[in-house]
Design a binder for this molecule. Sequence first.
Ligand SMILES: Cc1cc2nc3c(=O)[nH]c(=O)nc-3n(C[C@H](O)[C@H](O)[C@H](O)COP(=O)(O)OP(=O)(O)OC[C@H]3O[C@@H](n4cnc5c(N)ncnc54)[C@H](O)[C@@H]3O)c2cc1C
Length: 387
Amino acid sequence: MATPEQYQDIRDAVTKLCAQFPGEYWQGLEKEGDYPTDFVRALTESGYLSILIPEEYGGAGLPLSVACAVLEEIQRSGCNAGACHAQMYTMGTLLRHGSEQQKLQYLPAIARGELRLQAFGVTEPGSGTDTTRIKTRARRDGPDGDYIVSGQKVFISRTEHSDLMILLVRTAEREDVARPTEGMSVLLVDMRTALGNGLTIRPIKTMMNHASTELFFDELRVPAANLIGEEGRGFSYIMDGMNAERILIAAECIGDARFFIEHASLYASEREVFGRPIGLNQGVQFPIARAHIQTEAADAIVKRAAGKFERGEPCGSDANMAKLLASEASWQAGDTCIQTFGGYGFATEYNIERKFRETRLYQVAPISTNLILSHVATHDLGLPKSF
Ligand SMILES: Cc1cc2nc3c(=O)[nH]c(=O)nc-3n(C[C@H](O)[C@H](O)[C@H](O)COP(=O)(O)OP(=O)(O)OC[C@H]3O[C@@H](n4cnc5c(N)ncnc54)[C@H](O)[C@@H]3O)c2cc1C
C-alpha cells in the first residue's frame, strides 16, 4: 500500500490549484457571505471531489489516504475545504447502502460534477449530540408509499449549494422500537424539487463563512425510491460513515496546523523588533516548535487511522483519536501563530484570524471533543458509560 508521502504529485497539483484562490478571494467571499463557487467548481472539474467514488461509477476509486492528502493540502494552502469536503464522505452512505439503481443514477453524475451531494442533515435543535432523539418524522403516504417529512434540522451546511441531501429521519417513534437507535431511516432528498414544496431554508450566520442553514420540513414529499437501504436502519448507516468523516476532517486540521506553523515560522524569521528577528527569541520559537511536534504526532495517528480504514480493519477509536488530536493541534498552532504575528495576527489581510476562526469549528463539529473522550473512555478503557 502506498504511503501518504507518495501522493506528492497529487499534493503538488492541489497546491497549484489552490494558488488560484489566494487570501483575497476568501476575504471577498466572507465580506459578502458568498459561497466559493469557483473554487468548488475547480476542485470538481479536476476530479478531486470524486476521488473516493469507485471507477465503475465514474470516480477515480482512490483510497482514503489520497482524499486526506487533498484536503490537507487545501487547508495548508490557506483555502477552506469546508465548502465541499462533505461530498467525499456523504456519498459513502449512498455507495455502501444504496441500491445498484440509486448508485447508477447518482454516483456517475456526481463524479461528472453534474450533481452536487454536499448536504448531510442529521443535527436538530432538540436532539443535539444525542442523535437518537431526532424528531424529524417521515410517514408513508399514497399508493407508492412516498415519505412525507415534517420537522426541523439545524446547522446543516451547504444546503443552498447542493442538489441532493442525505437526510436522517425517524420512521418509527423512539418509544415504539426496541432500542433508541432503531426506527431511523436515510432519505435522499432532491433539493431542487424540495425547495418551496415543503422545504424552507434559513441561513444561519456563524463566526466563519460556512454556508450554515436551518431547515424546516412541512409535509415534504420524498419518493419511496429515495429511501437508502432498509427502513429503520438509518442510524447504523450514518454511523458507519463516521470513521471516514473523522479521518478526513482530521487531515484538514493537519493542513490548517501546517498553514499556521509555516506562516508563523516565516514571519518569526522576517519580522524584526529590537533590531533582530523575533524568531531569535526562544520565547517565540519554542511555541512554534511545540505546535509542529504536536502536529506531527497527530498526523501519525491520522495516517494510522487511514491505513486501518483502507485495510478494512476496525478503526473507530483511531479515527476518533485522530480527529481529537488533529483538531487540538490545529487550534494550538493557530493560537501560536496569532501570538507570533502580534497585532498583525488580528488584521484581516493576513488571513491568520480567518483560519483561526475556521479551525475552531473542528473541536465541536462534526463531533465534539467530549464525545470522543467518552468513546475512548468506554470503548477502549472499559469505563462506565455515562449516557
Ligand atoms: C458550522 C457548523 C456546521 C455544521 N454542519 C453540520 C451539518 O452539515 N450536518 C449536521 O447534521 N450537523 C452539522 N453541524 C452540527 C454539529 O454536528 C453539532 O453542532 C455538534 O454535533 C454538537 O451538537 P450541538 O451543537 O447540539 O451541541 P450539544 O449536543 O448541545 O452539546 C453542547 C456541548 O455539551 C457537550 N456535551 C453534550 N452531551 C455531553 C455528554 N453526555 N458528556 C459530555 N459532554 C457533553 C458537547 O460536547 C458540547 O460541547 C454543524 C455545526 C456547526 C457549528
